[in-house]
Design a protein around this ligand. Structure first.
Ligand code: B12
Ligand code: SF4
Length: 455
């Protein structure tokens, strides 16, 4: 029998950050389930995914092809590994958010970059590889980037898959599930366009899986993997209220609202009594909202006119009224128009709110966003991306000093001092949350503390 093709997916994490290894990405798992459904000959390919010891694993597994999935922050690591693999004559593919949002940073150490939605492109590429033992006639494949000699070729745009229910449930056998918690998606994209968010530029528009599809995936997670807590990592789970309603009905009928706890992402302007009732019925125990700022001026800059500070405040009140146990939010400080006063407005907002915990980020320019364009225009980021140190995008006060400092009205020290005030408030809230959790579920509280201490 012919030897199988060995395909190794690399989840390109930052080796210095243990937390990144904790959540294997679902992107490659969708690619595998898709190719297995629509290309029977894919049985001749053996897929595997790793998140660490890349060089050792490449040597040990000796793949024919590696497929890197990577965010911008980790792109320098991806280039290093690609070079290593190339020296061993291994074919190198790269997909994911970075190369999709910033295709012109494509590096010569790689053979093909896959731009945007990967399923169809991956299928076509693998058909070619299986037939010819290499990647040929790349010009004909939509949605890729590659070098022809010294010339960088970017092919025609790949259309998005219209009905995303035609993509099968991701193949989670690609990684080990050793907890009772899982994450999943019920949609791709978001209807909004916040200035800092690259996700909405990555997916361009929003498409939803049907309630039935989502229900089937939840059933698979419950019965096959023994999961009892599911987090929806959609950009905006509640964007389609009618679908949430249908899903809740299906879950109730199956008795799953008593078995599974859910976590979902919400947007304050969409949180009303109806959606809270549905989330309550669904057994949603925690929510996260990108509230971003307590200053009307900054909020308008970040999110436009779609949401106000009052909407943000009322959304928390409503979720708490419906007894959503843990209400989380994220905030951004350090925009070019922030002042000490606007940042303190955000801190005061948090202090007045019933949030259980929150995260505060320093604004980072991500490729594809208006913030990125601003940062390039102001020379915070060089136009020549071959020399850019991508890791600087991942540097915040939590891991040292952010290198890109957009806030014109504050120096780094002043921004840091403000950041510390947020951290003090966060610790207070988390202490209370852990204390409350420990009363009902001591094991969970212990695991939470362990994760905080060791990751
Ligand atoms: C869930 C999620 C997380 C989770 C899980 C991460 C993980 N390992 O999957 C957590 C919370 C841990 C996380 C962490 C981080 N994340 Co995150 N995350 C997301 C989110 C919401 C969904 C990602 C996802 O799985 N999408 C669904 C799948 C189907 O899409 P996909 O991964 O893009 O894959 C498709 C294609 O890209 C392509 N593809 C992908 N890989 C490959 C590989 C090959 C070989 C091929 C052929 C194709 C291909 O095919 C797939 C199917 O169509 C996205 C936003 C979004 N909506 O996409 C942000 C996003 C990817 N994250 C982002 C960032 C910045 C981070 C962090 C750096 C945050 C931080 N400061 O720590 C870390 C980095 C972690 C890491 N090493 O990946 C940014 C990346 C921006 C950029 N320019 O790269 C995004 C876009 C959000 C944003 N801020 O706008 N994240
Ligand atoms: S609502 Fe969230 S996912 Fe949508 S554009 Fe804004 S930040 Fe991005």
């Amino acid at each position: 029998m012919k030897n199988k093709i060995r395909f190794l997916f690399l989840n390109m994490v930052n080796p210095k950050r243990n937390t990144e290894k904790l959540y294997p990405p679902l992107g490659p798992a969708y690619l595998v389930s898709y190719i297995n459904k629509y290309f029977p000959e894919s049985k001749n390919i053996e897929f595997k995914m790793i998140s660490n010891n890349f060089e050792e694993n490449i040597n040990h597994y000796n793949p024919n092809i590696i497929g890197i999935t990577c965010v911008s922050q980790n792109y320098d690591y991806a280039k290093k590994i690609a070079k290593y693999a190339k020296e061993k004559k291994i074919q190198v593919l790269i997909g994911g958010s970075h190369i999709s949002l910033c295709p012109y940073s494509f590096d010569k150490s790689m053979d093909v970059g896959i731009i945007g939605e990967g399923e169809e492109t991956f299928l076509e590429l693998m058909k070619i590889y299986l037939k010819n033992n290499k990647f040929l006639k790349l010009n004909k494949i939509k949605g890729i980037i590659f070098f022809e000699g010294n010339k960088l070729i970017i092919t025609k745009k790949r259309e998005l898959i219209k009905n995303i229910d035609t993509i099968p449930i991701p193949d989670r056998t690609l990684f080990k599930i050793d907890t009772h918690e899982a994450y999943m998606f019920s949609s791709r994209g978001c209807p909004y366009k916040c200035v800092f968010c690259s996700s909405s530029r990555l997916w361009e528009m929003v498409r939803f899986h049907s309630a039935k599809y989502v229900f089937n995936e939840i059933k698979e997670l419950t019965y096959k993997y023994n999961i009892n807590r599911i987090a929806f990592w959609d950009d905006l789970f509640i964007a389609n209220k009618k679908r949430v309603k249908e899903l809740v009905k299906l879950l109730e009928k199956e008795g799953l609202t008593r078995k599974i706890e859910f976590h979902v992402g919400a947007r304050a302007n969409l949180v009303d009594e109806d959606i809270c009732k549905l989330l309550k019925r669904m057994n949603v125990k925690s929510t996260n909202m990108g509230l971003e700022s307590g200053s009307p001026k900054i909020l308008k800059y970040l999110k436009g006119d779609s949401v106000s500070v009052d909407d943000n405040f009322n959304a928390i009140e409503l979720l708490k009224k419906y007894n959503i146990r843990n209400c989380f939010a994220t905030f951004i400080i350090g925009t070019h128009i922030d002042t000490k006063e606007t940042i303190l407005e955000t801190l005061n907002f948090i202090k007045k709110s019933k949030l259980d915990s929150f995260t505060v980020f320093i604004l980072t320019p991500l490729p594809g966003t208006p913030v990125w364009d601003y940062a390039q225009k102001e020379n915070f980021i060089s136009k020549d991306l071959t020399k850019f140190d991508w890791e600087t995008l991942g540097e915040g006060f939590e891991v040292g000093q952010p290198k890109i400092h957009l806030a014109k009205n504050l120096n780094k020290k002043e921004l840091y001092n403000l950041y510390i005030k947020f951290m003090i408030e966060k610790k207070k809230r988390e202490f209370y949350m852990i204390f409350r959790t420990a009363i009902f579920n001591p094991k969970k509280a212990f695991l939470y503390i362990k994760n905080k201490l060791f990751n």
